[in-house]
Write a protein that binds this ligand. Structure first.
Ligand code: GDP
Ligand code: MG
Length: 306
């Protein structure tokens, strides 16, 4: 656990430097916080991808609380930390496994390069760590690039999962159909890797809908999770992106990747504020240890130092 916190802190170092450390410098300039400093804090929050509306709301509340409590500049950071934690309340949810003997099915979507395949591998590894006897099947439903199928196969071997794949260019729903057969026989969890071509958004969404229909037809129920993998470095675009996917397949939650590669980790806040979709996991690196169940408290601690 401690090791993870250190990893998280290391992963979020850029965000801490860009956001929290910058705010600490503003706060540290004088004994109390004036209007100019509050404005500067708002700008820092916006540049850290907290989103303009939310940044204004947080700073408004910060000013109000400091006036009410007669808080010093020193108290400002603690107040800000508390405010951020309050904003994130309710945004976590764990990935649950079905207990009725049916396979747990998770459809994983997202644009190209967001980290779907890597996240699936990390998730498989994480779930098997939690329960070494868990059977994990991966469906290579990104059939558009040979490299994608290959990448999933390599990961499957590494994390001890089974992979169902067809040839390049095959119908993704046919892959999913076969993978569902396999999962129904073997039980456990089925993670479905999908394509994410941005240039043909319409077809992409239609295809995801078709995959979901295949699941519903085969299992007589929707998939258990429809997760969107979002690259945190995408910035505010991530929100409109997520809305499109949500419209198409009704997302059940998000995974935010690459929080290690950005100073804009504030996007976690704006995504939750705008979409109100739970964040199940965050990725802070490229190895299989770099995925963790999202905890608002740990995130805020890592961001503000504790
Ligand atoms: N730094 C960092 N890189 C990541 C993370 N997640 C994925 N990546 C990298 O992002 C790139 C694209 O990932 P991939 O899983 O192939 O994306 P996909 O196209 O959505 O399947 C790969 O080089 C991954 O190693 C993360 O949390 N942090
Ligand atoms: Mg992929």
């Amino acid at each position: 656990m401690t090791a993870w916190i250190d990893r998280l802190k290391q992963g979020l170092a850029r965000t801490r430097a860009g956001l929290t450390d910058a705010i600490a410098r503003v706060v540290g300039r004088g004994p109390s916080l004036g209007a100019t400093q509050l404005e500067e804090i708002e700008e820092i929050l916006i540049s850290g991808d907290v989103g303009a509306r939310l940044a204004a709301a947080i700073v408004g509340e910060l000013g109000a609380r400091l006036r009410r409590d007669g808080g010093s500049a020193a108290a400002a950071l603690a107040t800000l930390k508390a405010l951020v934690a309050e904003r994130l309340a309710g945004c976590e949810r764990v990935f649950g496994l079905r207990q009725d003997g049916e396979p747990t099915v998770a459809l994983v979507a997202g644009v190209n390069g967001s980290g779907k395949t890597t996240t699936i591998a990390k998730l498989a590894s994480h779930l098997r760590e939690r329960d070494p006897s868990l059977v994990v099947t991966l469906a290579a439903a990104d059939t558009f690039r040979a490299a994608a199928i290959e990448q999933l196969t390599v990961w499957a071997e590494r994390v001890g999962a089974d992979v169902v794949k067809h040839q390049l260019g095959a119908d993704p729903s046919a892959v999913v159909f076969d993978a569902l057969e396999r999962a129904r026989r073997r039980g456990g969890v089925l993670l479905i890797d999908t394509a994410g071509r941005l240039q043909t958004k319409h077809n992409l969404m239609e295809e995801l809908k078709k995959i979901e229909r295949t699941v519903e037809k085969r299992l007589g129920r929707p998939s258990d999770e429809r997760l969107l993998v979002v690259d945190a470095t995408t910035g505010q675009n991530a929100i409109s992106q997520a809305s499109l996917f949500h419209e198409a397949i009704g997302l059940t939650g998000l995974v935010l990747t690459k929080l290690d590669g950005t100073a804009k980790g504030g996007v976690v806040l704006s995504i939750w504020e705008e979409l109100k979709l739970p964040i199940l996991y965050i990725g802070v690196g490229e190895t299989r240890e770099d995925l963790h169940e999202f905890s608002a408290r740990e995130f805020v601690d890592a961001l503000f130092g504790s």
